[in-house]
Design a protein. Structure first.
Length: 243
């Protein structure tokens, strides 16, 4: 981009820990304002409490232990309009929701994968996509282990939902489901890969804040946007206050 034609802005807002249902409402409100031209493209970075989300392509049997078991473990189950199947969200996982204008849905998903691969490389982790193996393999992998899930919804050329990267979260809840419809898939995390002895400048797992900063930088590069940190008030929305 030339000085006369600067790149578009990507407003980046850190929300902390947000229940999944509230995150859906926040995305919907931002999407409405994006469609109206009241906001530029937006990236939300956050964590969720323990939640299984059920995407549009989920099949029977992907929650094999039954809802009573999952709720006894303190895990909420939420249906969602994103693509993909069943996955898990929990503390220590970096979730990103780019609410942006897109012209090519597949290209958007590939951009998210590429940005996450680059961010993981910054931590000394060699990751890759498996796009040639079919839609169930969407996401980011380290060898045969899945480290990041991606699922999006695009309507009227504006995307919602996005990605979830396992940074330093409990992976056991993935073993209680059929994650992403792939029986027997092994999930991994940044922390676990660093413990495997992956060559890196530091063996310490990055904080969510540090890794999130890397992800937003790589995503801005991939989208050719200029990042700008903003607060909730600039987005014109407020968090729900617990009763």
């Amino acid at each position: 981009m030339s000085a006369c034609n600067p790149p578009p802005e990507l407003w980046i807002c850190h929300l902390g820990t947000v229940p999944y249902r509230e995150a859906l409402n926040i995305q919907a409100r931002i999407r409405t304002r994006r469609l109206a031209g009241e906001l530029p493209d937006v990236l939300l970075l956050l964590e969720h409490p323990p939640t299984y989300t059920v995407g549009r392509r989920a099949g029977a049997g992907e929650l094999p232990l039954g809802e009573d078991f999952y709720r006894a473990q303190g895990i909420e189950i939420m249906a969602t309009d994103r693509g993909g199947r069943v996955t898990y969200h929990g503390p220590g996982q970096l979730v990103g929701y780019p609410i942006i204008r897109v012209q090519d849905v597949v290209g958007h998903v590939r951009a998210l994968e590429t940005a996450l691969v680059a961010a993981l490389a910054d931590e000394g982790i060699s990751a890759h996509s498996r796009t040639a193996e079919g839609p169930d393999f969407t996401g980011v992998w380290v060898a045969e282990r899945k480290i990041a899930s991606i699922g999006v919804h695009v309507s009227r050329a504006v995307a919602t939902h996005g990605f979830a990267v396992n940074v330093d979260n409990d992976l056991e809840p993935f073993s209680w489901i059929v994650p992403c419809g792939l029986a027997g898939v092994q999930m991994t995390s940044v922390a676990r890969e660093l413990l495997r002895g992956v060559p890196t400048a530091s063996a310490q797992c990055p904080s969510l804040e540090r890794f999130g900063a890397c992800v937003r930088e790589r995503l801005c590069e991939r989208l050719e946007h200029m990042g700008r940190e903003v607060g909730m008030e600039e987005l014109g929305i407020a968090m729900a206050v617990p009763a």
